[in-house]
Design a protein around this ligand. Structure first.
Ligand SMILES: COc1cc(/C=C/C(=O)SCCNC(=O)CCNC(=O)[C@H](O)C(C)(C)COP(=O)(O)OP(=O)(O)OC[C@H]2O[C@@H](n3cnc4c(N)ncnc43)[C@H](O)[C@@H]2OP(=O)(O)O)ccc1O
Ligand SMILES: O=C(O)CCC(=O)C(=O)O
Ligand SMILES: [Fe+2]
Length: 361
C-alpha cells in the first residue's frame, strides 16, 4: 500500500522501515507533505541551529580565492593562511568547466528522482559492492536522532568498476567531475605542502595525500520543522581535502574557532568550496585545521551538494610528516592506519571534532 499522510498521523507508518529499508529516504518523507517532523528527527536542543545565538554576528567570512594566477605567491599565501585559520575557503577560476559542475548537479537531481525501488539496489542491504552505497542520515544505527539528508556515496576504484557498478543516471557526470578536478587538487596540495616545507610530492607522498577518492551526492529535501533538526550534524571530514560543489540554496556553516560561533558559506556561482580534512590536519601536525562544519535543514527549498573526498588509500599509515616534526617539533598525533580511522568515523554519530581524538598522542 502506498503510504499516506493519514498513515503517518495515526502512527501506522514505520518511519525507519520507510526511510532506511525501503530507501524512500527523507526525500520520500518530505514528499508525503508532512506537517510535523517525525520524532526520530528531533535533535536535542544543543544541536539545533538558532541563528540569533549561533551565527557569527559580524559576518566574518571565509576567503574566496581567485585561482586564475595559481603560480602567484600571493595566491599560495592566501591558500595556506586560509588552511591555517579557517580550514575552509572557496575557489573561483579553478579550471573545472562550469558545464561539468552543472551536469553533476543535474545528474544528482536525476538520481534522486528515481523510484525508491531503483535506489534500493544501491542500499547497504542490496548493493553488490561496499563501494556503492545509497543511504540516509549518517550512521542511523548509532544515532540518537537522525539527520535530514539522503546520500549516494561512490568510492572510486577504476573507470571499469564505475562503468559496471555506479548508477547509469549519474555515473559519467560524477566521473567527469572527479577527473576534471584532479589538476586543481594537485595544485592545491602542492601549495599546501610547500607551506609545510615539503618541496616535492613524490609518488609515495602523492598516494598518501590523494590515493583514494569518494564522491557523495547529497540531497537535503524541504523539511517541515527545520529548526528542530539538522541537515548534517557537526563534524569534520576525515579526508585530506574535500572539494565541495553546492547549489544556490545555502545552509553550510563553518565554526569560527576564535569566537566559537558559526559562519555561513554563501553560494558563489561557479565556485568550489575547499576544506582541510582530518588526514591533512594530522599530517601537518595541526598546522592546517580540519574545521567543524554543519548543514542546517531548510523549510522552503530542496538543496543538493556534491563533495569529492580526496583521501589517503585505506592501507596507508598516516601521521605527522617528517618534514614537519623532523626539526624537533613535538608530534601531536600518532601513526594510524587510515582505514581504521575511517571505520572509527563511520561507526559513531557525528560528534564535532571527536574523531581526531582517535589519533591523538
Ligand atoms: C554519509 O554522510 C557523510 C559522509 C561524510 C564523509 C566524509 C569523508 O571524509 S568520506 C572519506 C572517507 N574515506 C574513505 O572512504 C577512504 C577510505 N575508505 C575505507 O577505508 C573503507 O572504505 C571504509 C570506510 C573503512 C569501509 O570499509 P569496509 O570495511 O570495506 O566497509 P563497511 O564494512 O561497509 O563499512 C564499515 C562501516 O562504515 C559504514 N560506511 C561505510 N561506507 C559508508 C559511507 N559511504 N557512508 C556512511 N557510512 C558508511 C558502514 O555502514 C559500516 O558501518 P556498520 O555499522 O553498518 O557496520 C561526512 C559527513 C556525512 O554526513
Ligand atoms: O552539504 C554540504 O554543504 C556539506 C556536506 C558535508 O559536510 C559532507 O558531506 O561532509
Ligand atoms: Fe563535511
Amino acid at each position: 500500500m502506498a503510504p499516506s499522510m493519514s498513515m503517518i498521523q495515526s502512527n501506522q507508518l514505520n518511519i525507519l522501515d520507510f526511510v532506511v529499508n525501503k530507501c524512500h529516504g527523507v526525500k520520500g518523507l518530505s514528499e508525503l507533505g508532512l506537517k510535523a517532523l517525525p520524532d526520530q528527527y528531533i535533535q536535542p536542543p544543543q544541536e539545533r541551529f538558532d541563528r540569533t545565538t549561533n551565527e557569527e554576528p559580524n559576518k566574518d567570512s571565509i576567503p574566496v580565492i581567485n585561482m586564475s594566477n595559481w603560480d602567484d605567491p600571493d595566491v599560495a599565501k592566501a591558500i595556506c593562511d586560509a588552511a591555517c585559520k579557517w580550514g575552509f575557503f572557496q575557489i573561483v577560476n579553478h579550471g573545472v568547466p562550469i558545464r561539468v559542475l552543472e551536469d553533476v548537479k543535474d545528474a544528482t537531481h536525476k538520481f534522486y528522482a528515481l523510484p525508491a525501488e531503483e535506489k534500493q539496489k544501491y542500499s547497504k542491504e542490496w548493493s553488490v559492492s561496499n563501494n556503492v552505497r545509497c543511504g540516509t542520515s549518517f550512521s542511523p544505527g548509532a544515532e540518537k536522532a537522525l539527520e535530514w539528508k539522503d546520500y549516494l556515496s561512490l568510492f572510486f576504484v577504476s573507470d571499469d568498476e564505475a562503468a559496471s557498478l555506479w548508477p547509469p543516471v549519474c555515473r559519467n557526470q560524477a566521473l567527469e567531475y572527479i577527473k576534471s578536478s584532479e589538476p586543481i587538487v594537485k595544485k592545491l596540495l602542492e601549495i599546501l605542502m610547500k607551506g609545510l616545507n615539503v618541496k616535492e610530492i613524490d609518488e609515495t607522498k602523492e598516494a598518501t595525500l590523494m590515493g583514494s577518492k569518494r564522491i557523495n551526492l547529497n540531497y537535503y529535501p524541504k523539511c517541515p520543522t527545520p529548526e528542530l533538526t539538522v541537515g548534517v550534524g557537526r563534524h569534520s571530514d576525515v579526508s585530506t581535502l574535500t572539494i565541495l560543489l553546492q547549489d544556490d540554496i545555502g545552509g553550510l556553516y563553518v565554526r569560527n574557532t576564535e569566537t566559537m560561533k558559526w559562519v555561513h558559506v554563501p553560494p558563489v556561482a561557479g565556485s568550489l568550496v575547499i576544506n582541510v580534512g582530518d588526514a591533512l590536519q594530522i599530517m601537518s601536525n595541526g598546522k592546517y585545521k580540519s574545521i567543524e562544519h554543519r548543514v542546517i535543514a531548510n523549510g522552503t527549498n530542496n538543496r543538493i551538494s556534491v563533495p569529492i573526498f580526496v583521501n589517503p588509500r585505506p592501507s596507508d599509515v598516516i601521521g605527522p610528516l617528517p618534514e614537519v616534526v623532523g626539526s624537533g617539533e613535538k608530534p601531536l598525533y600518532k601513526n594510524v592506519l587510515y582505514s581504521d580511522y575511517v571505520r572509527h568515523f563511520f561507526k559513531k554519530a557525528h560528534d564535532g571534532k571527536g574523531t581526531v581524538e582517535f589519533a591523538m598522542i
